[in-house]
Design a protein around this ligand. Sequence first.
Ligand SMILES: [Zn+2]
Length: 267
Amino acid sequence: MRLKSLKQLDRTKLIEVELGRLPERILIDRYALDKAFKISRLVTELREESIEWYGFTIGERKRPEEVVDIGLPENERNAQQYTSINPEMILDFQDSLPGHLLINGWIHSHADLEFKRFSGTDESNNRTVLEYVSPSLKKPVAKKEIRIEDWSFLEENKYGKRDLAKGSVSLITDTKISSARLLETVFGSFCFCIVIGDNGWHEQKICYKKRGILTGDTGYECLEEAELVLFDSGRKLVESEMESLASKVRESIRPVTSPPPERLERM
Ligand SMILES: [Zn+2]
């Protein structure tokens, strides 16, 4: 529909136009998912006990909506920090990545626990990672009208202080106008959240953040039980990589000396 003038628009209805969509399923390279379960097996082998660990899901900047790898940061030994991810940890890990890669979510293991869903602690980590990744993953998802009840239209070089005192919003233009509508861009971002268990189960969700650039109106929501869709890039965990993964696990994941709060939370 083409509009000849603004006056043709229904003034009572605010304009909202969708500009883009955020991912509604998690596309993951088989290589990355295999690697996650491999890390769990290595942890059990090396530590002779099943312990929980966490890592980041990695995407390419040019295709941020796909998981191409799993990154394993140094997991904190301290029981309190073990299950809580803080922005410094995420920042340090992002800095260690090559420039063409970014963090697009996080993955963690519940090891051999029977708790096959996200805990309260996990939910706060979901939010922490979402807040961190949102600047690098954000894209325009909508244009949304802001209702201005009390415009003040002014012309360039033809107004004074008293004119600026009028109206709730002043619009200064180079020509005389009598009506206007103001639309802000709403930026959206996402974070993939995956939890896995030793016997092969996995559960995942996608958390979203949307924010209006002018109003700052911010909304959060999550797609629960999001579908995990495997694709095959052909990349395989080769022998040499298995060795470096094993030493990475050895240096990054150490057993906690007291039960993590999450384990207590589930009792
Ligand atoms: Zn958890």
